[in-house]
Design a protein around this ligand. Structure first.
Ligand code: 6PG
Length: 264
């Protein structure tokens, strides 16, 4: 039975990144203690950059047992990994090259030139997930310890965009989509709702005044997933945390924030 989201309002984007780093380190520590490894699906865009840079340096970098961390992506732009729009490239530059994470623990989504179309890329990543989780049953999605999620102004999350057929996918773990209108206008690969909703902990990061309207809509107005895909992130058994800065939380009612979370 899904639990109500925890909503935490942080003073600003820096405080949000700090809080996210504390959650990341805590979930990693607990996962490794309980199961010997920590699996995380990273998000892209600009918001998580501050988090990744915090994790890449002391004190947080020293608090993670990187040898037992396994990194995946929630979505990817279908561009070469050295392209400025690559989510892998952003994480590589801000975090991965700065910590003692074995390269074998990094599972990038396949993009050009490795693959030539999103269907091939999606199929390869399904195989990657199936091999890591040692399952071939598409009805039983991989269970990430942590899924980081961003929120677009239109309510998209990962690369699940409003009205996109990938939202309806129930028996696939990774889908590709053609370029939409939102920048960057490139094809995408994305994990699907069943995978995100199987995670043990889903952590949204949203900062800035331009997110205030969509944050309010998603958290207070119960929009359909087709209209606001982020509303479709409802972990079946996992914990859902929304980390917001004051600006992004600026239009939420007191009832929404006063019970669910705390000021940070
Ligand atoms: C991507 C992201 C996307 C992002 C949101 C928010 O590949 O672009 O996965 O879902 O999280 O668009 O982006 P910002 O953090 O840049 O606002």
């Amino acid at each position: 039975m899904p639990r109500p989201p925890e909503i935490v309002v942080c003073a600003d984007a820096d405080a949000l990144a700090q809080c996210a780093a504390e959650i990341f380190v805590g979930v990693a520590r607990d996962a490794i203690a309980e199961r010997g490894k920590f699996t995380v699906a990273l998000s892209g865009g600009s918001t998580p950059e501050k988090l990744y840079k915090l994790l890449a340096a002391p004190p947080f970098a020293n608090q993670v047992d990187w040898q037992n961390v396994f990194v995946f992506w929630g979505d990817e732009r279908f561009v070469p990994h050295d392209d400025k729009n690559s989510n892998f490239g952003m994480a590589q530059n801000t975090l991965l090259v700065h910590v003692p994470l074995p390269p074998a623990n990094v599972f990038a989504m396949p993009t050009p030139p490795l693959v030539s179309d999103v269907a091939e890329g999606a199929g390869r990543y399904v195989n990657t997930l199936a091999a890591f989780w040692e399952t071939g049953d598409l009805a039983t999605p991989p269970v990430f310890d942590l899924a980081l999620m961003g929120l677009g102004d239109d309510g998209h999350t990962a690369s699940l965009f409003p009205g996109n057929l990938s939202l309806d996918t129930r028996l696939n773990w990774v889908v590709g989509s053609q370029a939409g209108v939102l920048p960057p206008p490139v094809p995408r690969l994305t994990l699907t709702l069943p995978v995100f909703n199987a995670a043990r902990h889903v952590l949204f990061l949203a900062a800035g005044a331009r997110k205030a309207d969509v944050v309010k809509d998603v958290l207070e107005n119960h929009p359909t997933t087709a209209v606001r895909p982020a509303a479709g992130i409802v972990p079946a058994n996992g914990k859902l945390t929304w980390l917001l800065d004051m600006e992004a939380a600026g239009k939420l009612s007191p009832e929404t924030t006063q019970n669910e979370g705390n000021e940070k």
